[in-house]
Every structure is written in C-alpha cells, then in structure tokens.
Write a new protein. Structure first.
Length: 158
C-alpha cells in the first residue's frame, strides 16, 4: 500500500465543515475563471515537499502531488489558510492561526531533520508486494553446483 498520498478537496472537508468550505471556495473562486482551489493545493504541496526534502535531503516520492502521512494534517491547515487569505473580509480564527503556525513549525523541524518522515514506498498499489512488513522477493533458483575437488594436483603438491 502506498503511504504517501495526495490532498483532495474531499480531504479538506474533514478539517472544515462542508458548507463552510463550499462557501469559502465560492468566495475565493473567480467567476468565469479557472478553478483556483487545485492550484492552491498544488502550490502548497510543492512548498511542503521542498521543506520535507530540506537540509537533510529526505527522499521524496516520484509522484509530485503526494505527501508523507506526517505532514498531511499540516498541509490541510496551510491549504485552508491559503484559501481563506483570498477572501476579503474573512479572517482566520485564533485556532486556525495557531494550527497554521504549528504546521509551519513542524515543517521547519522536518526540514532540519529533527522529525523523521516516512520513506516513500517503491511499490505501487500492489497488495502482493509485501509479505507482512518486508517486500517480497522472487524465489532464487539454484541451477547447478560446482564439484569441490580436493586432490594433490589441486593444491599443487601440498
């Protein structure tokens, strides 16, 4: 199972009540313009992946839209903060400000190597790829065996 996952609009509904989120999206979007929410999510993911890679050069997943499980919650708070910043007249609550501040602090600590992150899985969504915790390996076939020779000629007279 792939541990690194992307953030979708559906994921955001677990962090903000759906009617609130829908109203926020309606106000943040440009009428007749492009849907900016996916762009905000992608930009936030890119910024977070840069922090995860950080000074310690943590490994990143090949899919550029995925994040490790340790930063998904932080990503949700930062995406919601970015969406709300586009709506004039609506300010973040104290709790939302604190959550975004803690998210940035977590990313700073990950960037410095103080907090480890999950290594990206080398396997796709293949349920047969793991045998318990360890990756499965193909069986090894032994085709032939070299005969061992112990003679005076082999050891040159010893």
């Amino acid at each position: 199972m792939k541990l690194w996952k992307t953030i979708t609009l559906e994921c955001l509904k677990t962090y903000l009540f759906a009617p609130q989120l829908n109203a926020l999206i309606d106000y943040a979007s440009i009428p007749g313009g492009p849907d900016i929410i996916p762009m905000i999510i992608e930009d936030t993911i890119s910024r977070i992946r840069a922090e995860v890679h950080g000074k310690v050069k943590n490994a990143l997943d090949d899919d550029h839209l995925t994040l490790p499980p340790e930063v998904r919650s932080a990503a949700m708070h930062l995406v919601l903060e970015a969406i709300q910043s586009r709506v004039p007249g609506i300010s973040l609550s104290d709790e939302q400000k604190e959550n975004a501040k803690q998210a940035r602090e977590l990313l700073r600590r990950i960037s410095k190597g103080e907090v480890p992150v999950t290594y990206p899985s080398p396997f796709e969504e293949d349920t047969n790829a793991y045998d318990g915790f360890f990756p499965k390996h193909p069986p090894v076939d032994v085709l032939s065996k070299r005969a061992l020779v112990f003679s005076r000629n082999h050891f040159r007279g010893l």
